[in-house]
Design a protein around this ligand. Sequence first.
Ligand SMILES: [Zn+2]
Length: 98
Amino acid sequence: MTESDRYKKAWQDRRSRIFSVLAMIVIVFACLKIWPSDLFVGGCVLGALLAAWRLYDFRCPRCGDRFMATLDGPNFWSRRHCQNCNLEKDTVPREPRQ
Ligand SMILES: [Zn+2]
């Protein structure tokens, strides 16, 4: 796997983590509307929290530290740069010419 492949895979993983959070939020509201069982809604809320934790725990492909800052606030999914090395999201390094 080349370095650019590794970056592409990391950004794809980040997008899937964002999708998981949004999907779990939709599922929580669907559960509240369709099947308001305490156990089922509680399980969905727990799933949403776990998905949010996975997104928060995403590691920058360049420096390996957390991409997001702890105090990003409600716009955490729109963070554009790594908090440590300032790598812009979706950046893929160029491969050296052979
Ligand atoms: Zn970084």
